[in-house]
Ligand binder design. Structure first.
Ligand code: NAD
Length: 272
């Protein structure tokens, strides 16, 4: 392990992503797991984070506050909820820490609050950390530029497990944004998030979103470009949370060497 191996803390360590992140850090020779944080008052406080992740004892006990481990980590990985994430970002700004944020569902005001800290924190913020999705975003840009203004209707369809709390997914919104930006359209104006009853035919420029919530689906996204006579579907399917977790650990290693600023996975992967 080299001397610049970042020490990583994982917040939400008992969650679906948190447990997978523990396994991903443990698999990465260039990152070191330093701390795991559970929700305040959680019965899992003091549990061994390795045991939470099904890996056996790692000798790191979960804590329920960042303050108690402030001197032990360099980069915080946070996949929790918008409010928790923003409070943790303020903590990182105050204490000179770096951050990787995977939390989705931030509203407009919350995004402004997030940006307010970026002059002090090197931060990777991305609704989807998988390499495949980030390559897909690049493919979508090419497809939108070639097809979008040539009479092709564009729809984004996503599916996730039954526990997901926000919709459409952050990844679906990001895909819609990439397509809209490539076509000089504004997603706030052209995004259609609900069709019900006598809603009339679609307009040429709208970008429609459809959401499926069922069972244990890890994450599936399709962007459809359809016209008379043909359609193109660009699809990404995640079959394991490990793809997001590995991307997040890669982002943590990368951001440990960056100056303050807001970055995304396209920056981490050199796809910009
Ligand atoms: P989850 O509910 O399983 O896990 C969240 C965890 O955060 C829970 O264990 C909860 O107890 C914990 N938590 C809540 N408040 C806390 C606090 N104050 N301190 C510490 N821990 C706290 O959810 P999940 O499926 O792991 O998803 C979490 C987030 O990550 C969601 O926003 C989801 O959309 C997002 N996500 C992003 C990506 C990506 O690649 N960016 C991939 C998957 C999921």
């Amino acid at each position: 392990m080299s001397s610049n191996t970042p020490r990583i803390a994982i917040v939400g360590v008992a969650g679906r992503m948190g447990r997978t992140l523990v396994a991903a850090v443990e698999q990465d020779a260039q990152a070191r797991l330093a701390a795991g944080i559970v929700a305040p008052g959680s019965s899992l406080k003091e549990a061994d984070v390795g045991e939470l992740a099904g890996l056996g004892k790692l000798g790191i006990q979960a804590v329920d506050s960042l303050t108690s481990v402030v001197d032990e980590f360099d980069v915080l990985i946070d996949f929790t909820t918008p409010r928790v994430t923003l409070d943790n970002l303020a903590f990182c700004a105050e204490h000179g820490k770096r951050m990787v944020i995977g939390t989705t569902g931030l509203g407009d005001d919350e995004l402004i609050e997030l940006d307010g800290h970026c002059d002090r924190v090197p931060l990777v913020f991305a609704p989807n950390m998988s390499v495949g999705v980030n390559l897909t975003l690049k493919l979508l840009k090419t497809a939108a530029q070639a097809l979008g203004d040539e009479g092709y209707d564009i729809e984004v369809i996503e599916a996730h497990h039954r526990h997901k709390v926000d919709a459409p997914s952050g990844t679906a919104l990001k895909m819609g944004e990439v397509v809209a930006d490539s076509l000089n359209r504004n997603l706030k104006e052209h995004g259609v998030f609900e069709r019900v009853g006598q809603c009339g035919p679609r307009s040429d420029k709208e970008i429609g979103f459809a959401t499926v919530r069922a069972g244990d689906i890890v994450g599936e996204h399709t962007v459809l470009f359809a016209t008379e006579g043909e359609r193109i579907e660009i699809t990404h399917k995640a079959s394991s949370r490990m793809t997001f977790a590995k991307g997040a650990v890669r982002a943590a290693r990368w951001v440990s060497e960056q100056p303050a600023g807001r970055y995304d996975m396209q920056d981490v992967l050199g796809l910009t």
